[in-house]
Design a protein around this ligand. Structure first.
Ligand code: NAP
Length: 338
C-alpha cells in the first residue's frame, strides 16, 4: 500500500532568530521498503533547542541540516510494515527520522520501546535524551553529593524540570531553579518540587541567587549560558561543579559571544566546568530507564508536556521552544485526526 507523507524541509538558513519562512511543508510518496527496513507511522516527534545550530552551515558535533531536505530529530511511532525479523509490525519504536509523518528506517537504527512502561512520547522526554541528560549531568559531569546546593537553569523545561527532581533524589539538600516569568517559577516550586525559583526576567540574577542560596551553590547545570553562567560562577562555593549542557541564550547570536566576565573566580574557587554531550552517555540508558520508570510509577517524578498537533505546526513548536513557549517537554503529536 502506498502512503503520502508530509515532511518539513529547511527552506533557508536564518541569520539570528529563525521564523516560519525558514521551513517548507512538502508532501512526498513514501518509497518501497528495502531489505532489513521498517516503515514507521510517526505518532510523536520532538523539537529540541540544539536543532537551531543545525540550521547554520557551520561545522559542529552533528552535521548541518541540508537545504531543501527534510529535517531530522527524535520521533516515536508504530511499525506498519517490516522486512526485518528483528522489528515486527505493531512494535512501538523510537528513531531519528522525525519531522515527517512516515519514515522508512533501517531496522538497525530503531529502538523498540515498551509502551507498557510509559506513554510512547515519554521516550522523547523523561525517558529519552532530555531525562538522560539530566541524569548524566548529575551523576557524572557535575556529580551531586549529599547535602549539596544545586542550581538548575531553564528549570521549567524538559531537562531542567527532571534535573531538579533527580538532584533531590541524589541527595541535594536544596535545589534552586531559574525560569522566565511568574507562572513558570511557581510551577518549578509547586509542581517540580524545587525549594526556590528565581525569575531571570525580574531583576539581576546574582542578587536573586544570593537570596535563594545564601551559602552559595555546589552544583550548577547550565542550559542557558551568558548571564546565568556568570551568576553561577559568582555564587559557586569552593570546589563547585558546573555542567555545561547548553547555552540557549546564545543560539540565535550573530557572531561570537562574550565569555563570563568572572572566569578567574573559577581559578580562585577551584571550580570544575565540564561540557557534556548526551550521546556519550547512551550506555547509561538501561540504568537510568530502570530508575526513572520506577519513579514515574510511584509518582515521585513529575513531568509535563506542551503539545502542538500536526506536522504543519512543527516549525511553530520549534520556534516556541527557543522562545520559552513550553513547560516541560515540547512535543508535536502527529497522529491526531489521521
Ligand atoms: P527546554 O528547557 O525544554 O526549552 C528551552 C527553554 O529555554 C525555554 O523553555 C525557555 O524557558 C529557556 N530559554 C530560552 N531563551 C532563554 C534565555 N535567553 N535565557 C534563559 N532561558 C531561556 O529545552 P531542553 O530540551 O530541556 O534543553 C535545555 C538546554 O539543554 C538547551 O540549552 C539544550 O540545547 C541543552 N541540551 C543539551 C544536551 C547535551 O547533550 N549537551 C542535551 C539536551 C539538551 P524560559 O521560559 O524559562 O525562558
Amino acid at each position: 500500500m502506498s502512503h503520502t507523507s508530509r515532511e518539513i524541509r529547511l527552506a533557508a538558513r536564518p541569520v539570528g532568530e529563525p521564523g516560519p519562512e525558514h521551513f517548507d511543508l512538502v508532501a512526498v510518496e513514501v518509497p518501497e521498503l528495502g531489505e532489513g527496513q521498517v516503515l514507521v507511522r510517526n505518532t510523536w516527534m520532538s523539537v529540541d533547542p540544539y536543532m537551531r545550530g543545525r540550521m547554520d552551515d557551520v561545522p559542529s558535533y552533528i552535521p548541518p541540516f541540508e537545504l531543501g531536505v527534510a529535517l531530522e530529530g527524535s520521533a516515536v511511532g508504530e511499525v506498519i510494515a517490516s522486512t526485518s525479523d528483528a522489528v515486527p509490525v505493531g512494535a512501538t519504536v523510537s528513531h531519528f527520522l522525525g519531522w515527517r509523518e512516515y519514515a522508512v528506517v533501517d531496522a538497525a537504527h530503531v529502538t523498540v520501546v515498551d509502551p507498557a512502561l510509559a506513554a510512547p512520547q515519554a521516550y522523547l522526554g523523561v525517558l529519552g535524551t532530555p531525562g538522560l541528560t539530566a541524569y548524566a549531568a548529575l551523576t557524572d559531569v557535575a556529580p551531586v553529593r549529599p547535602g549539596d546546593v544545586v542550581f538548575v537553569s531553564a528549570a521549567a523545561g524538559a531537562v531542567g524540570s527532571v534535573a531538579g527532581q533527580l538532584a533531590r533524589k541524589l541527595g541535594a539538600a536544596r535545589v534552586i531553579g531559574s525560569a522566565g516569568g511568574p507562572v513558570k517559577t511557581r510551577k518549578v516550586v509547586e509542581d517540580f518540587g524545587f525549594d526556590a525559583a528565581v525569575d531571570y526576567r525580574e531583576g539581576a540574577l546574582p542578587a536573586q541567587l544570593a537570596a535563594a542560596a545564601p551559602d552559595g551553590v555546589d552544583v550548577y547545570l547550565d542550559h542557558v549560558g551568558g548571564d546565568h553562567l556568570e551568576a553561577a560562577i559568582g555564587a559557586a562555593r569552593e570546589g563547585g561543579r558546573i555542567a555545561l549542557i547548553g547555552a540557549i541564550s546564545q543560539y540565535n547570536a550573530v557572531g561570537p559571544v562574550p565569555g563570563p566576565g568572572n572566569l578567574f573566580d573559577a581559578v580562585r574557587k577551584q571550580l570544575t566546568l565540564r561540557g557534556m554531550l548526551v550521546n556519550s552517555y547512551f550506555g547509561l540508558f538501561p540504568e537510568y530507564t530502570a530508575r526513572a520508570a520506577a519513579w514515574l510509577a510511584d509518582g515521585s517524578l513529575r513531568t509535563e508536556e506542551t503539545v502542538l498537533d500536526g506536522i504543519d505546526r512543527a516549525p511553530e513548536a520549534f520556534l516556541g521552544v527557543l522562545r520559552g513557549a513550553n513547560t516541560g517537554k515540547m512535543l508535536v503529536r502527529l497522529d491526531s485526526g489521521r
